[in-house]
Design a protein around this ligand. Structure first.
Ligand SMILES: C[S@@+](CC[C@H](N)C(=O)[O-])C[C@H]1O[C@@H](n2cnc3c(N)ncnc32)[C@H](O)[C@@H]1O
Length: 371
């Protein structure tokens, strides 16, 4: 297959705002780079095969401040090319995109569906939507940009031949399936709180169910309503937490939190478990697991050269024990990578994951319609 530059026809430059955000190593946050004051850097970002952060903190942090959380971006070009290949949008198709962002992906979709096709894109943030409308207009792309919560899809223009989300979800909203025609395709970044995530390609069946396989690993920003926050253990919680140790090696612990393979499977077995990892000193790392819904957390402190790591657990769930058991399960199952997993969504919205085939004996419920 040819490279992403040959597979994408729309230049990014005209869609990228004059102020973008980059990692700021000094603060651990994000700092603004503006085209007017540092055009060389801005242009290098536009030309690179990297995502570009175009908004932080839902627009609350202005340039000059330090952003804490990216809230809109222009996705990585090679990833967009892979997602569009999986989507298979072609001439005459009606396509729904969730997460307009800069409008660049919508423009690319527009060029694929041709003059008889249609692209509708839904963006939750009014200022981002307005900016994208302007950029699309200037680029001569006819795309309908709707300012709304994309979790509801966009019923007035349904049914769609193709649906693509460019923000990730833990569970695929019922509306997206109901608004896709039978035989239509959805491409959705899908993940768990523990691991975000994989590229899921679903096909809609006659009974309203949908099924498909996971693909490449990716990390997309979450749709706004599915962001999950972490807990800050209080001094009282730290004092009363259950203390134990683990003899897992540092290599095993890293495998449990690395993006692909083990972490993806652990996330599917341990629901509502948000994971953080922090380097406290070059010899001391801390892994934390958090379930904000039950106020449970676990902390594992790894020290280079130590034979054991200290474990603290608090709350009704023993999150470390759950993750540890899930890791054992994954080892016994033969270390399946994300590509061996798939997902079937019933007409009622239950999400069942499976290994290798939808009829596999190894399948379990991972999410309900309201997850
Ligand atoms: C990764 S960006 C999208 C990139 C975009 N497709 C592009 O080409 O620039 C994700 C976008 O999803 C939007 N978003 C988050 N939650 C949403 C929701 N519930 N409905 C619609 N848009 C949402 C964010 O505001 C953000 O602009």
């Amino acid at each position: 297959m040819s490279g992403w530059r040959e597979r994408l026809t729309t230049p990014r430059e005209q869609f990228i705002p004059p102020v973008v955000w980059v990692d700021d190593p000094a603060t651990g946050g994000f700092a603004a780079v503006s085209k007017s004051s540092d055009e060389t850097r801005w242009r290098a970002l536009v030309d690179a095969d990297e995502p570009i952060i175009t908004q932080v903190d839902d627009g609350r942090t202005p340039p000059g401040g330090i952003g804490l959380q990216p809230s809109s971006s222009c996705s990585q070009p090679s990833l967009v090319a892979a997602m569009l290949d999986a989507l298979g949008a072609g001439a005459g198709h009606k396509v729904l995109e969730i997460g307009t962002g800069t409008g660049w992906c919508a423009a690319e979709l527009r060029s694929r569906v041709g003059e008889h096709g249609e692209v509708v894109s839904v963006e939750v943030d009014p200022r981002i939507a307005e900016r994208a409308r302007g950029a699309l207009r200037r680029a001569g792309c006819s795309v309908t940009v709707i300012t709304a919560d994309g979790m509801d899809g966009y019923l007035p223009a349904a049914p769609y031949d193709r649906v693509i989300a460019t923000a990730s979800v833990r569970a695929v909203p019922r509306a997206w399936l109901e608004q896709t025609r039978v035989g239509g395709v959805l491409v959705v970044p899908w993940g768990t709180d523990y691991c975000n995530g994989t590229l899921l390609r679903l096909e809609v069946g006659e009974d309203g169910s949908a099924s498909g396989r996971c693909g490449m690993n990716l990390a997309f920003m979450r749709v706004r309503e599915q962001r999950r926050n972490y807990l800050e253990p209080s001094p009282a919680e730290l004092r009363s937490a259950q203390r134990s140790t683990t003899t897992r090696s540092i290599a095993e612990l890293y495998e449990m939190i690395a993006y692909s393979r083990a972490a993806f499977a652990i996330g599917l077995r341990v629901p509502r478990c948000y994971r953080t990892a922090e380097e406290l000193t070059p010899d001391h790392r801390r892994i934390e697991l958090h379930d904000t819904t039950s106020n449970s957390w676990a902390r594992v402190d790894l020290t280079r050269g130590a034979e054991k790591s200290d474990v603290l657990q608090f709350g009704p769930r023993r999150l470390w024990n759950e993750a540890d058991a899930a890791y054992d399960w994954w080892l016994t199952a033969g270390r399946p990578g994300p590509q061996r997993f798939g997902l079937t969504i019933s007409p009622e919205g239950d999400h069942t994951t499976w290994i290798d085939t939808p009829t596999s004996a190894t399948s379990w419920l991972v999410a309900g319609p309201q997850s």
